[in-house]
Design a protein around this ligand. Structure first.
Ligand SMILES: *Cc1c(COP(=O)(O)O)cnc(C)c1O
Length: 388
């Protein structure tokens, strides 16, 4: 049987559910027991239900499906992607440790490593390098963690994940990967030896712009510690209702990703032919400098990419303000198409154009291609480009 069919159809809980064809919502905070002995017996069973900060059947069902989809042994859901990523990081690092991360990882992740954890005696190195040799050169005797995220947020640089992971294994360094962009449909980091995978469930996995959530997936041993320590002690749990929305989103994840991929490639190729567009940056295009590395890692490409307009800041403003279907917003992965003019972030984005490094922040637009008709999306871009 197809892996997705098998995982998605299995809605078994431990209690009778009257034949419900869809997952049930357990919106309760606590679970009562019939007797002193039953209470005492369950007290030390990590799988038993006591209190919904720890275990909740709806959340646990989601965790079991996400673990299977990522080929992991276990998973823990959290109230946001950042709660998941920070729990994964805290489960690995101690005072005196050193962590290596790319310069273009999700900004809050970089802030935890480089700013927040500094107070707890953690050292961090941020790299431009996408190849193994750059990561090798950054290793110190106290390097404990590689934080991987690929492709990068705005420029879609691809890390050589297989080589960097082999290096980490050789040196006894733990690896965590933020796999939000690819989703389990297009990449399974645990399969290449990465130790922990984190996702923001707020993007494609829930898929309807109505959930903020996160998950960490990995071996039973690593998850046991995360459940016992970072999840239970910091308490950043996912609510059962949000877990139910993610369970519903999961049922269409695979077909949504296929459609996002198809529409996005169509739009990216269309934009490559437009004179007002200077450069389209999409790892699935032959023009991307790391296209062959990307295609050797990922089974497909999601709906996020960037392009550089042939204009200035005023032209970029005119362009995004003229869009009718694309709306201006952060985040991604929902039904609706979004455009993010990177200039609003006010951080320089160095990029090599025609052999010269330039700051492209003023003219770089990142788009999340939604599930609207792809022809309509191309036409929307075309009419807005006329206003540049
Ligand atoms: C959105 C995002 C996060 C953070 O997730 P939240 O659910 O918003 O906390 C982390 N990493 C990446 C790559 C993201 O896009």
């Amino acid at each position: 049987m197809n892996k997705w069919t098998e995982i998605l159809l299995d809605e078994r809980f431990e209690e009778p559910l009257h034949g419900s064809a869809a997952p049930a919502l357990f919106q309760n905070s606590l679970f009562v027991k019939p007797s002193f002995d039953a209470m005492k017996h369950d007290r030390y069973n990590p799988k038993s239900y006591f209190y919904s900060r720890g275990n909740n059947p709806t959340v646990n069902l989601l965790e079991s499906k996400l673990a299977q989809l990522e080929n992991g042994e276990d998973a823990k859901c959290f109230g946001s992607g950042m709660a998941a990523i920070s729990a994964a990081i805290m489960s690995v690092l101690s005072a005196g440790d050193h962590v290596v991360c790319s310069n273009s990882a999700y900004q809050p992740t970089r802030d935890i490593l480089g700013k927040y954890l500094k107070r707890f005696g953690v050292e961090a190195t941020f790299l431009d390098a996408v190849d193994e040799s750059g990561w090798r050169a950054a290793i110190r005797p106290n390097t404990r963690l590689f934080l991987l995220e690929s492709p990068s947020s705005f420029l879609f640089e691809i890390q050589d994940l297989r080589a960097i992971t082999s290096l980490a294994i050789e040196k006894g360094i733990v690896t965590i990967m933020d796999n939000t962009w690819a989703t389990p449909v297009f990449f399974n980091p645990l399969d290449i030896g990465i130790d922990l995978v984190a996702h923001s469930l707020s993007k494609y996995i829930s898929g309807h712009s109505d959930v903020v959530g996160g998950v960490v997936i990995g071996s039973a041993d690593r998850l046991k510690k995360i459940k016992h320590d970072e999840a239970a002690l910091f308490g950043g749990r996912m609510s059962p209702f949000e877990a139910l929305l993610v369970l519903r989103g999961l049922r269409t994840l695979e077909i949504r990703m296929e459609q996002h991929q198809q529409s996005t490639l169509q739009l990216a190729r269309f934009l490559e032919d437009q004179p007002k567009v200077r450069k389209v940056i999409h790892p699935g295009l032959e023009s991307h400098p790391q296209h062959s590395l990307a295609s050797s890692l990922f089974k497909g490409y999601s709906g996020l990419f960037s392009f550089i307009l042939n204009t200035d800041l005023a032209g970029t403003k005119a362009f995004v303000d003229s869009l009718r279907i694309f709306q201006i917003g952060v985040s991604w992965g929902g039904f609706e198409s979004l455009a993010l003019p990177v200039a609003i972030l006010e951080e320089p984005i160095p990029y090599v154009l025609d052999g010269q490094e330039v700051d492209v922040a003023d003219t770089l637009v990142r788009v999340s291609v939604g599930l609207e008709d792809a022809e309509d999306l191309c036409e929307d871009m075309l009419q807005a480009l006329k206003r540049v």
